[in-house]
Design a protein. Structure first.
Length: 268
C-alpha cells in the first residue's frame, strides 16, 4: 500500500512539474533576428515584455534562410528580419507556411555622394553604384528616377533592372554589385544607392549624409516594411500578440528614432 501511495505521489508531482514547465514555456517567446537593427530593437521590446511577465529569447542570424526554417520547424516562435515580398517568395520556394502579423519598420535606401557631392554636379557618363539583387536594384532605380536622373519603364515596377531604363540623358553608368559591397565603393563612384542596414554599418546616416532617400509614404517603403513573421495558425497567440504590442510600444518607437536617426523608420 505504501508503495502504491508513493508511486501516486511521484506521479502527481511529475504532472505538476510538467505543467509548471509548460506554464514557464508559455511565457517564453523565442525569436530569430538579424543583428542590426532587428535584434537591437527586440532588446528594447524585451524590456516591455518583462513588465507583462514574458521572457524574450533572441537568436541572431546572419543569413536569410535559417530564421524562416527554424520558425517552420517550431524551434522558434517568430522571426524579425525580412519584408513581405521576400517572405512570399520564400514560402513558394520552400513550401513553407509563414505569415506576417505586423509591419514594424522600414530601412530607407539613400543616395549617397561619392566623388560627386551634389546632384546638380552630376556629369555625363558618371558612375552610380546600386545593389544587384532584384528587390533592391528596382528600389535604387526608382530613387534615381525620383532624383530626375533617369526614367524607368513603369511596367517593370519593383522588378526593374538597369535594362528597364528607358531614358538616361546623361548616359550614366549604372554599376550593379552585391548590396553589402556598395558602401565600400563610395571613393570610386560618383554616387551610390545604399541599403539602410549597410549604411548603418558604414556609419552613414540617411538624414544627414544622403542626398535623398525613400520616404515613408513611398511605394518601396510600404512594400518593403520589415515584418514580424510566425507560423500560419499562430497569428492570434496571446504571447505573439504581446510581442507585437511591445514592438509597437512608445518605448520602442522612441528607441528607433533616437538610435537610428532616420536610417530606420517606425511604421507605427
Amino acid at each position: 500500500m505504501k508503495k502504491v501511495i508513493t508511486l501516486f505521489i511521484i506521479a502527481v508531482f511529475a504532472v505538476f512539474s510538467f505543467a509548471g514547465c509548460n506554464a514557464t514555456d508559455d511565457k517564453t517567446i523565442k525569436v530569430g533576428a538579424s543583428p542590426v537593427p532587428h535584434a537591437e530593437i527586440l532588446e528594447v521590446a524585451k524590456e516591455v515584455l518583462e513588465e507583462e511577465g514574458y521572457t524574450l529569447e533572441i537568436k541572431e542570424f546572419t543569413d536569410y534562410v535559417q530564421p524562416n526554417l527554424t520558425v517552420e520547424s517550431e524551434d522558434l516562435d517568430a522571426n524579425f528580419f525580412q519584408h513581405q515580398p521576400y517572405l512570399d517568395d520564400f514560402n513558394v520556394q520552400n513550401d513553407t507556411s509563414l505569415v506576417s502579423i505586423a509591419s514594424i519598420h522600414y530601412e530607407p535606401l539613400g543616395l549617397y555622394p561619392g566623388k560627386t557631392k551634389a546632384l546638380a554636379d552630376i556629369q555625363e557618363g558618371a558612375t552610380i553604384a546600386v545593389p544587384n539583387d532584384t528587390t533592391n536594384e528596382a528600389r535604387a532605380l526608382l530613387l534615381l528616377e525620383e532624383a530626375g536622373l533617369i526614367k524607368v519603364d513603369p511596367n517593370a515596377g519593383l522588378t526593374a533592372t538597369k535594362n528597364d531604363i528607358v531614358e538616361n540623358p546623361k548616359n550614366l553608368v549604372i554599376q550593379e554589385m552585391e548590396a553589402a559591397q556598395v558602401s565600400r565603393t563610395l571613393a570610386d563612384v560618383d554616387l551610390a544607392v545604399i541599403n539602410g542596414n549597410y549604411a548603418l554599418l558604414a556609419e552613414l546616416n540617411v538624414d544627414t549624409d544622403a542626398l535623398m532617400k525613400e520616404e515613408k509614404e513611398s511605394l518601396a517603403a510600404t512594400t518593403y516594411a520589415n515584418i514580424l513573421v510566425v507560423r500560419e495558425g499562430d497569428e492570434n497567440r496571446e504571447d505573439l500578440q504581446a510581442l507585437v504590442k511591445a514592438l509597437k510600444s512608445d518605448k520602442v518607437k522612441q528607441f528607433i528614432e533616437e538610435k537610428y536617426k532616420g536610417s530606420v523608420v517606425p511604421m507605427f
